[in-house]
Design a protein around this ligand. Structure first.
Ligand SMILES: [Zn+2]
Length: 171
């Protein structure tokens, strides 16, 4: 019985890795010119210590789109993030979209890569700052070899670099 459950669990985990993962920059028409190349793990960064995602700058109201095929787990308001969407993508990666002006998931649970899920804003602790999307990727499967000697570097086993994710399809 336990063997069967473990086998099933293994199959489910492997399936997560088999889902195709076409990737798009989660802000419509954005390019690498719209973020600072040092934005990931930038420090000092307020109460978080280091910046565990990237900020993609765009005009208020620009479309925020799903970075890959994703299952939406949460949408609502968080104090730091403002209007946020949290979604699960292929390879057991959580994608976090924050400071949205509006959430536009239309009640869908599954969104295809590139689907509109909201708009760029400056909600939460981005209030008073230029509108931008804060985008983080958290792997539920630890990548221990990504740990390094930077501040909180052990967390890099979980927080993936969105710039590598968006620019290198093998990452
Ligand atoms: Zn940010």
């Amino acid at each position: 019985m336990i063997k069967r459950i473990l086998l099933l669990l293994g199959v489910v985990i492997l399936l997560g890795f088999a889902i195709p993962e076409p990737r798009v920059i989660p802000v419509e028409h954005a390019t690498s010119a719209d973020w600072n190349s040092n934005t990931f793990w930038y420090e000092p960064w307020g109460t978080s210590g280091v910046h565990k995602g990237i900020d993609i700058f765009a005009k208020q109201g620009t479309t925020v789109q799903s970075a890959s095929h994703q299952l939406i787990l949460y949408q609502g308001q968080w104090s730091k993030g403002g209007n946020v969407v949290l979604a699960l993508g292929p390879k057991w990666r959580l994608h976090y979209y924050a400071h949205l002006a509006s959430i536009d998931t239309d009640g869908r649970y599954f969104v295809a890569s590139g689907s509109k899920i909201g708009t760029v804003g400056a909600t939460g602790n981005a209030q008073g700052k230029p509108p931008h999307l804060h985008y983080s990727i958290v792997s539920l499967v630890p990548y221990f070899w990504l740990i390094d000697a930077t501040s909180q570097g052990y967390k890099k086993a979980f927080y993936l670099n969105p710039i590598s994710y968006l620019t290198d399809n093998n990452s």
